[in-house]
Design a protein around this ligand. Structure first.
Ligand SMILES: Cc1cc2nc3c(=O)[nH]c(=O)nc-3n(C[C@H](O)[C@H](O)[C@H](O)COP(=O)(O)O)c2cc1C
Length: 429
C-alpha cells in the first residue's frame, strides 16, 4: 500500500548470497527487513540442474485465469493507480494512453485508478469519477482499446471517506483551502485522519444508504462503459475500511461496535453491487488485511470478513494493507503482503490477488508456484516498464502475442494479438 502521507520509502538491494535487504524509511523511522530469496522457499516450482526455475514453471506467469465467464490471458494485472489528472471526474487522453500502453504491454487485466462513486468521495478534485452517466462515453473508448489488445478492462470504484478533500500529492496532500474547492468529507465518525486532513462529518443512516446506492449506480455505469471486472476499494483508510476498523469507527448504532456492525457497510455494498453487476462477471474487493497498529483491524478479522463476502458474490480478494492511521508500523519488504493473500486464500477458499513490492518474474512465479495467490498485481514496476509482460516472456523464451504493428521487433514466430472475444471474454495469449 502506498499511503499519501508519510508514505514509506523503500530501498531494495539483492545481494549475491540470495538475500534481499530492504530499508524502509517511514515517518522518520527506518526498519531493515531481510528476506530469503527464492532458494529454499519454493515447494511446487521445479528447478533444473543449475538450480534455476525451469521454463515450464516460469510459464505459470502466462497461465490463463478463468473467473466466471471471463478468462484473463495471464496472471499479471496492473494495480489501480490514481493519476489525479481529471477535471470534474472525466477521463481524458492521459487515461487512454496510460491504461492503453499497459494493455499494449501485455497485462491480462488493467485496472483504472480509484474511481469516485460520488463527488465528495474523491480524494482530490482531480480524481477520476463515475457518478454521472456523462462519464461513460470516454471510459467506453478506453475499454474498447484495452479489449483490442486482448486485455480485460477493470474498474476500481471508491469512496475516499475522511481522506477526501485533499490536494493531489505533487501539490502537497494537505487539506484543500476554500479557494482550492474544499468540501466536507464524510466518515463513520467525526475523527480526522491527521491534523493535515479535513475534519469529517459522521454519516447519518440516510447518508449511508446514499453511499450504498452510489456504489450500485457506479457498478451499472462501469458495466455500460465496457468494464468486465469490477473492484470495490475497501482498503487504504478510505470509507469502507474506515467503517470496518475499530480505530476510525466509534459509532454506537448498527454500523459500529461489534465486528458484525462494523462490516455491515461492506456487506451492503457488495450485495447492492451484485444486483447491478451481472452474475457472469467477476467482482473483486481490495482490502487492507491489517492496520499495522495494535487494537486495529487485523488478518484474523480479514479472514472472517472474506468468509462472509465470498457467498455474497466476491470472487477475488485483492490483499493490500495499511493506510488507516498515520502512526501505523509497517514492516515492508519484497512481497511483504503475500502472506495475507496466502492465509486468506487458504482459510476461505476465495481466490486472492497479491500486491506490494513485487517486481521480478521470479517473485511472481514463486507466488504462483506456491499457490499463495491466483493473481499478481503490480503498480510502480508498471510505471517503470509498461511492457513488463512482453519483456518477461521474451526473456523466458515463452511465446505470447504482440500487437501486429510491433511484430517486426518481436521474437521469431510471434503470433499477432487478437482482440478480446466479445462473446466469451477470452483473450488469445
Ligand atoms: C501512483 C500510485 C497511485 C496509486 N493509486 C491507487 C489507487 O487508486 N487505488 C489503490 O487501491 N491503490 C493505489 N495505489 C497502490 C498500488 O495499487 C499498490 O497497491 C502499491 O503501489 C503497492 O504495489 P507496488 O509495490 O507494485 O507499487 C497507488 C500506488 C501508486 C504508486
Amino acid at each position: 500500500m502506498i499511503g499519501r502521507s508519510k508514505s514509506p520509502a523503500y530501498r531494495s538491494v539483492s545481494t549475491r548470497n540470495g538475500y534481499y535487504c530492504t530499508c524502509v524509511a517511514f515517518g522518520g523511522i527506518q526498519w531493515y527487513y531481510f528476506q530469503t530469496h527464492l532458494e529454499g522457499t519454493r515447494d511446487r516450482g521445479e528447478r533444473n540442474d543449475a538450480g534455476h526455475l525451469t521454463r515450464e514453471t516460469m510459464a505459470l506467469l502466462f497461465d490463463p485465469l478463468p473467473i466466471r465467464s471471463i478468462t484473463l490471458k495471464n496472471r499479471i494485472a496492473v494495480s489501480p493507480m490514481c493519476e489525479y489528472s481529471s477535471k470534474d471526474g472525466f477521463a481524458n487522453d492521459w487515461h487512454l494512453v496510460h491504461l492503453g500502453s499497459r494493455a499494449v504491454g501485455g497485462a491480462g487485466l488493467v485496472f483504472t485508478e480509484a474511481t469516485a462513486v460520488s463527488p465528495e468521495g474523491r480524494i482530490s478534485p482531480e480524481d477520476l469519477g463515475i457518478w454521472s452517466d456523462a462519464h461513460i462515453e470516454f471510459l467506453s473508448r478506453i475499454t474498447h482499446f484495452l479489449k483490442s489488445q486482448g486485455t480485460v478492462p477493470g474498474m476500481q470504484i471508491a469512496h475516499a471517506g475522511r481522506k477526501g478533500s485533499t490536494q493531489k500529492p505533487w501539490v502537497g496532500s494537505s487539506k484543500l483551502s476554500q479557494e482550492e474547492g474544499a468540501w466536507v468529507p464524510v466518515a463513520p465518525s467525526a475523527i480526522a485522519y491527521s491534523d493535515k486532513y479535513p475534519f469529517p462529518c459522521a454519516l447519518s443512516k440516510e447518508g449511508i444508504r446514499g453511499v450504498v446506492e452510489a456504489f450500485a449506480n457506479a457498478a451499472r455505469r462501469a458495466l455500460e462503459a465496457g468494464f468486465r471486472v469490477l473492484e470495490i476499494h475497501s482498503a487504504h483508510g478510505y470509507l469502507i475500511h474506515e467503517f470496518y476498523s475499530p480505530l476510525s469507527n466509534h459509532r454506537t448504532d448498527e454500523y459500529g461496535g461489534s465486528f458484525e456492525n462494523r462490516t455491515r457497510l461492506a456487506r451492503e455494498i457488495v450485495s447492492a453491487i451484485r444486483k447491478q453487476w451481472p452474475e457472469h462477471l467477476p467482482l473483486f474487493i481490495r482490502i487492507s488485511a491489517t492496520d499495522w497498529k495494535e487494537g486495529g483491524w487485523d488478518l484474523d478479522q480479514s479472514v472472517e470478513l472474506v468468509k462472509q463476502l465470498g457467498p455474497l458474490g466476491v470472487d477475488l480478494v485483492d490483499c493490500s494493507s495499511a493506510g488507516l492511521v498515520p502512526d501505523q508500523k509497517i514492516v515492508a519488504g519484497p512481497g511483504f503482503q503475500v502472506p495475507f493473500a496466502e492465509r486468506i486464500r487458504r482459510d476461505t477458499g476465495v481466490m486472492t490477488g497479491t500486491v506490494g513490492l513485487i517486481e521480478t518474474k521470479e517473485q511472481v512465479v514463486e507466488i504462483l508456484a506456491k499457490n499463495q495467490a491466483d493473481l499478481v498485481l503490480m503498480a510502480r514496476e508498471f510505471l517503470r516498464d509498461p511492457y513488463w509482460p512482453l519483456r518477461a516472456a521474451r526473456e523466458l523464451g515463452h511465446k505470447i502475442s504482440w500487437p501486429a504493428q510491433y511484430l517486426r521487433a518481436a521474437p521469431p514466430d510471434t503470433p499477432a494479438r487478437e482482440p478480446l472475444d466479445v462473446e466469451t471474454f477470452k483473450a488469445k495469449v
